[in-house]
Structure formats: structure tokens, C-alpha cells
Design a protein around this ligand. Structure first.
Ligand code: TRP
Ligand code: SF4
Length: 400
């Protein structure tokens, strides 16, 4: 009933590297051609872990936006904005917090993991516990249908869905809902009304998901309905509530995982990263000095690609013939490691060339980035306010 829409965000806690590009940005860039997309800098989320060092956030925000644009996020297709510039995210977060059981937040796996992993920080804070709830607000406030994320974020998406369901259950109640819904069914016209009732019964009695989908598609086509009646009819299909918030789907990035230079996860803090806009010489130097199969000590020793991080780079960057050349050459000691690395160096430099080009105008004139974001903030805020109007009304805060 609500238009398909994609929402995702990233935390501005440092500069972007090729791991982010292959892990997330490439997916965003593909999606922006398929659906309306909103991409935002999650500066409040960064504060949950960097509250004692907020300086890095502002700097990283602008760098990150340039990185997105450099990577190919197109501001004429996607809406780019900064989370804290749409303060309604905070309002929705607060309202959702009223009915969110503490256990839901405490049980999110990233919660305890992060507290253990980042033991140098005190994360036993109110803000950090609320991290996934703020993330739920980020998405639900746009009634997004899809959220491109990595696998680690799946529990957060699952929780958002529960939050949306709970919200609709608690606040989608309406006096005389049943009668209003039945009146709305009549407005569909007799043929469609009959089909609606049949499909609703099939779904509710026999649990036929196809019936639900078919009924939803029919409602999408029924142009003449008012917004209120649509909400009722969508809600009536599944139960006896209006659907005010939408349950989003996770859209997983397809697996092209680029590890760091040492084979661990790429991360600036491990010192194993290549920046998105790293200069050529530095790329070349980093790859030339990256570790290889530790058992391959001399050039005459055969190696095993499975034990070599360079091979993982080939899997992302090289075509089949090159990959075959690597496997054969490595396992027979037919090629040396420096030779093996050259196609990777060439491919990374080639990938980055257009990024440097696209970034240049924004580096020359930073006001261009400011303007793109100012526009994006306005677009996002308008959409957020539409949802908040319904949310406030549903919760009895409309005061008209
Ligand atoms: N938690 C996400 C991450 O660490 C960032 C994020 C914040 C986000 N809000 C979001 C992602 C909303 C998707 C949708 O990667
Ligand atoms: Fe790694 Fe290539 Fe050297 Fe084999 S030849 S150990 S795959 S760098």
C-alpha cells in the first residue's frame, strides 16, 4: 500500500575503505537504479559508541559523503541526508521506546558482543542499549520496504519488524474498525469486494500467502480509495488493525567480501585497509607488501591459494582465466608472488580511477556536497513528517 522504498545508513566513525565499497556501497549503487532510495549518515548512531570523542564524527560525515558520491551514489537518483538533521527520527525513537520491552534490546546479539569487543569503552549506557531501536525508527519513519544491510545486521531488521507489528497492534486499533473496514470493502465495487472477501478468508482461514499477496496487489490498483480506507483494508486483510508502520525486509548484500590486507576483516583500526580514494602509489605499495601463503618461503616453494589473502583479492577482482593462472602458477611454483599480485594492483587502480574523478569537483568546492545534503534533508524530512502525523494521531497526540 505504501510505495516501495529503500533506506540504509552508515556510521561516520572513520574513513571509508574498499571493504565498505564491496560489502555495502556497490549494493546501494545497484539499488538506486531500481527503487527510490534514501541513504543517510547515522551520526547519532556514531555517538552511541563515540560519545567521548565526537570530533571524528563531523569530519567523517563529510568525508563519507564525498566517498559515497565518488563511489557512484548519484544524488539525482538517491536522497542523501544526515540523520540528526531529521529530528523526527528521535521523536519516533522516543515514542517507540515507550512500548519496547527491555528484553528485546538486551537480547540483540550485537549488544553483548560489542560491549565485550569494545571493552576499552564504557558502553553500559542508555543510548547504546537503544541502538537498534533508533535504527528501527530510522527505517520505520520512511515506511521502507527494503533495507540493504550486511548479515551482522539481520537481528536488527528482525527486531524492527517486531516493533512495527507491535506498534500496529497497540495503536492501529480504531473505534468501529470492523464497520469502517466493511464500508471500505463496499467502496471497492461489487466485483472487487467479493474477490477481496474471498481472498481475505483464504488467507485468514487457510493461511494462503498467495491470497494475501493477490489481495494486496488488487488494493494497490484500486485508485479511488482514500488513504484511511486503504490503511484499513490492508490491515483488515491480516487482522483487525490499521497498518500504520510497515514491516521492512532485509536485502542482503551478495557475498563479495573483501578482507583486509592480512586476511582479517578489513578495518582501519587493524591497519589492514585500503581507503576508497587511496592514491595509486600507496595501493601498489600496500599490495606488494601484503602477506602471502606463509608456507611459501622461497620462490621455488609451491604455495596454496587457500592460505593466501592475495587469493581472496583475486576472487573479488579477477576474471576466471586470471584465477586459473593464479591457482596453477601458485601450486606449481610457476609464478612468483609479486607477479601474482600485479593483476590485483591493476584492477584496484582501475576501479578507483573513476572514483578519484568523481570526487574531484566536490573536493574543489565543498559547498556542492553541502547543497546536496541540504536538499536531501528537506526531502527526507517531508517524508518523515507524513509518517509522524499518522503516528501522533494513532497514539493520541494529534491535539487538533
Ligand atoms: N547499524 C548500521 C550499521 O552499523 C547503521 C545503521 C543505522 C543503519 N541506522 C540504519 C543501517 C538504518 C540500515 C538502516 O551498519
Ligand atoms: Fe598467494 Fe599468489 Fe603467492 Fe600463491 S602466488 S602465495 S596465491 S600471492
Amino acid at each position: 500500500m505504501y510505495p516501495d522504498r529503500v533506506v540504509s545508513g552508515m556510521r561516520p566513525t572513520g574513513s571509508m575503505h574498499l571493504g565498505h565499497y564491496h560489502g555495502a556501497l556497490k549494493n546501494w549503487i545497484r539499488l538506486q537504479t531500481e527503487l527510490p532510495c534514501l541513504f543517510f549518515v547515522a551520526d547519532w548512531h556514531a555517538l552511541t559508541t563515540h560519545y567521548d570523542d565526537p570530533g571524528v564524527i563531523e569530519r567523517s560525515t563529510w568525508d563519507m559523503l564525498v566517498d559515497w558520491l565518488a563511489a557512484g551514489i548519484d544524488p539525482s537518483q538517491s536522497t542523501l541526508f544526515i540523520q540528526s538533521r531529521v529530528p523526527e527520527h528521535a521523536e519516533l525513537h522516543l515514542l517507540l521506546s515507550m512500548a519496547t520491552p527491555l528484553g528485546w534490546l538486551e537480547r540483540v546479539p550485537t549488544y553483548k558482543d560489542q560491549i565485550d569487543n569494545l571493552s576499552n569503552k564504557d558502553l553500559a549506557t542508555y543510548g547504546f542499549l537503544g541502538y537498534p531501536l533508533l535504527q528501527a525508527a530510522d527505517v520505520l519513519i520512511y515506511r521502507a520496504s527494503q533495507v540493504p544491510v550486511g548479515e551482522d545486521q539481520l537481528p536488527h531488521i528482525e527486531m524492527m519488524r517486531e516493533i512495527a507489528r507491535r506498534f500496529n497492534h497497540l495503536y492501529g486499533k480504531e473505534k468501529g474498525f470492523e464497520e469502517k473496514a466493511q464500508k471500505a470493502v463496499k467502496k471497492l465495487g461489487s466485483k472487487r469486494a467479493r474477490l477481496y472477501n474471498e481472498l481475505r478468508t483464504e488467507y485468514q482461514q487457510d493461511g494462503k500467502d498467495e491470497a494475501l499477496e493477490q489481495a494486496k496487489a488488487m488494493l494497490d490498483d484500486a485508485q479511488s480509495l482514500s488513504l484511511g480506507d486503504r490503511e484499513r483494508l490492508f490491515g483488515y486483510l491480516e487482522g483487525s488493525r490499521k497498518l500504520i508502520l510497515v514491516e521492512p525486509q532485509a536485502r542482503l548484500t551478495e557475498a563479495s567480501r573483501l578482507p583486509g590486507l592480512d586476511g582479517r576483516k578489513m578495518s582501519k583500526s587493524y591497519g589492514n585497509a585500503i581507503a576508497l580514494r587511496e592514491d595509486k602509489d600507496s595501493v601498489s605499495k600496500k599490495i606488494k607488501t601484503m602477506p602471502t601463503d606463509p608456507a611459501r618461503v622461497r620462490r621455488s616453494d609451491a604455495g596454496d591459494p587457500a592460505r593466501c589473502p592475495v587469493w581472496q583479492f583475486h576472487q573479488v577482482y579477477s576474471d576466471k582465466p586470471t584465477q586459473e593462472w593464479v591457482v596453477k602458477g601458485c601450486t606449481s611454483a610457476g609464478i612468483g608472488c609479486i607477479e601474482c599480485k600485479q593483476p590485483v594492483i591493476d584492477a584496484i587502480i582501475k576501479e578507483q580511477e573513476p572514483m578519484h574523478e568523481r570526487a574531484q569537483p566536490y573536493l574543489d568546492d565543498p559547498s556542492l556536497v553541502r547543497a546536496i545534503v541540504a536538499d536531501g534533508n528537506d526531502v527526507a524530512r517531508k517524508l518523515a513528517l507524513e509518517t509522524m502525523r499518522d503516528v501522533r494521531e494513532a497514539m493520541g497526540l494529534a491535539y487538533t
